[in-house]
Ligand binder design. Sequence first.
Ligand code: TXA
Ligand code: MG
Length: 364
Amino acid sequence: MTTKILDVSDLNNEMLERAYVVGDEAAQAKVEAAITLVREAGHALAGGSLVAFPTETVYGLGADAFNEDAVGRVYEAKGRPSDNPMICHIGRASDIGELSTMLNPKMIRLMDNFWPGPLTMIVTKRDDVPAVTTGGLDTVGVRLPDNPVAIELIRAAGCPIAAPSANLSGSPSPTDPKHVIEDLDGKVDYILVGNKSDVGIESTVLDMTVTPPMILRPGVLTAEMLGAAVGEEVAYDAHLLYNDKEHASDANGEIIAPKAPGMKYKHYAPNAQMIVVEGHRDKVKTEIERLKSLNEQLGQKVGVLLFEEDEYIRAAQEFYSRLRALDEDGGDLIIAGALSYKDGVGFAVMNRMMKSAGYNVVKV
Ligand code: TXA
Ligand code: MG
């Protein structure tokens, strides 16, 4: 298949401001040209095509959420297990009604505070949302993304867009259009080339069908922030709190399966071996140096992934692209320094880091 790769990077907030607030005509022409291309892709998507597009979190691979055949082809293009439900992206908050009849004051507070933005709400699904879109569940994940290309695409398509991250299943999520081209060129109909993703890790997934609401996947919107908006403590799926190979067990010794099916797969894995060093900051740095020189003496090419302790937002932004870059360097081993789990964003990055490393951890 030939993939149409369209540069729509002029459709961004800065250019929109120059075009329509400052009144710069050259900027207006560029923005309008980009909108025309996005609409072409949106109309194709409504006709069953697959379109990769930027969002503020990571790039997504979209299909009409109501088109079973197109949604099936998304699984094929990614090489993804088909029991993994997709998030449905909408172009305005009120369009949640196309997917769900559930609406309550807590949801409205969350929409007011965090939409558009990196929050996915799990709600009961309408009967006409296909089972293939929700992985056979009777709930659906809904998100209003904060990216002008994504919004224009959804509105042009005129339907909710089911979209997982636009990477091959098992490789790091794409935060840069070049990652999408690497993974999906020749496998999808369109790739919309926008800017790099601002947030860098996927949306927080919050289950609204339970009381209190429960976080199934951590993100940059943390339990504290969501809890403050809904006025009650927001819980984490117990599975998320155990960042080791053993699964969390309940009081009867039964394994608690993660409620977001996507969380159970080995995810975001780089090609290189990866190890996480966890502990007191100074000791972590010393241990990383020790492991690095030891492995280099053994003839291994070693990459280091270490963020400053207070740079959580930046760590989230750069995490996946740094993994890809280290992989492209052809390294044999990646040694990563753990971030603090006590910080909500640190916790979200650690969720990905530990999975990427296959829970391979050294404590110092
Ligand atoms: O930021 C994001 O959320 C990105 C962009 C493209 O929007 N999308 C994304 O999609 O990360 P994906 O498919 O890679 O991850 C979706 C996650 C999975 O862990 C999945 O199991 C969970 O959301 N999920 C989706 N629908 C669900 C449902 N009805 N119940 C429980 N978990 C659900
Ligand atoms: Mg994904």
